[in-house]
Design a protein around this ligand. Sequence first.
Ligand SMILES: [Zn+2]
Length: 450
Amino acid sequence: MWRHESPWRRDEQADRPGAPVSRRPGRPADFVLRLQASAGNLATTALLRQVTPAPAPAVSPPATAPPPRRLTKDEYRFTESPRLFDMTYRPVGPLPATGTATVVLNIHVKFKDFDPSMMRRQEFLRHRWTKAQLAQFAWPADKKAEWVGKFSQVVTDGWKEKFAFKLDRPGTEKYRATCGIEVRHVADPAAANTVITAQWIPPGAPRLRPSVAGDRKTAELDARDPVEAVHTEVPSFSVVRQIGPFRFDSADVADVEGPVKEFVALVRRLRRPGAPLAGPPDTVALGATGRASSPGPTEYNVKLAGRRAENVMNRVATETGLDPGIAIFRGELNATADPKFRRVDLFASRQPQVGVDQLMAVHEAGHMFGLGDEYEDDNPQDKRFAPNFSGDKPAHSDDVRAEVGDEAADDLVKRNTDSIMSRGSAVKPGHYVYFLRAMDSMTGEQWTLG
Ligand SMILES: [Zn+2]
């Protein structure tokens, strides 16, 4: 959507032998001087020949390779809409010199005190308020500036320099750039990429569920989000596949023979020596969540979903030599009439689970950068939030596949993992997708991660 055509790619079309010659306007003189200084007269002469079209010769001259193209601007700026973030890149190079690209998140923070009306929100309905908590509804004055500093620091540390950008295309000099992150507080909300409401919650009260609006222009965070991490247990490695659809009212594994066979083959590959699920059978857990589409009585659908889960589980356990694991009967919970819900969400995961910590502020910053959620929660308590089914694609999945590649996209399937957009803190290659797009957009080139 934000992507524009690379001007250089259009030039390549025009430069094809036999194609009409349509040169872009002459390059600035300082570029010629810099090229002369760095590459010598031969390259400069070749460039000047390009700039000043000569009369067409009667006989084709011997083919001489043009000098590799270089990035010509001192600084590139990402200015395209929607501006979820700003980004600048000052090329240093070509390789081995490495430049820096900087993602800038401009925030404006509004500090909101707690108030009695908030007690009716889902998060606090079961909480018994103490006297001390009731006496601490206001933001402590000295904590406000500190909050902005902490938010900026954890977002910067959480996102910077996880991957580098690489330009390595035929006919172009090679460039490399690291990715810095800056969070800037702007006084004017209209100048911010995201306006954050930092909600004060009395100490010891339940956490507010933070959120970023769909357009990324506003966000609501708990005052503790940049400071107090949320701890969760997740498998260190897992795979999940949605096995379906079954025929209506059927729990017959024959309906889903293809996906079951694929899953069995996948688990066998992953259990080979040295692979992520290798080892004794008791270090790998199978899990199956049975589902049903919404038509039919709810109670009946729970049983139907259970038969689907158990049938698939038993078949996979037999064929992989693993023990049958826990089967969960979800029935038509949060399902629609869509046949895709006639399925079993099937897991194989490394045991025991490992503890991961997440600073919610760092996760929410991922939303501000344009990413969706990857954790699994098929029944959110707060109905303002849509359910996240395990095995579903996150919102950024197709963009990751197009820009970063299949492996990065396949790694980002909704389930509970150490990923920053799931339950942990790990920034994965696919999470740089929109930074990578901004690099392409700014420079008119096609960058990769590396
Ligand atoms: Zn989220």
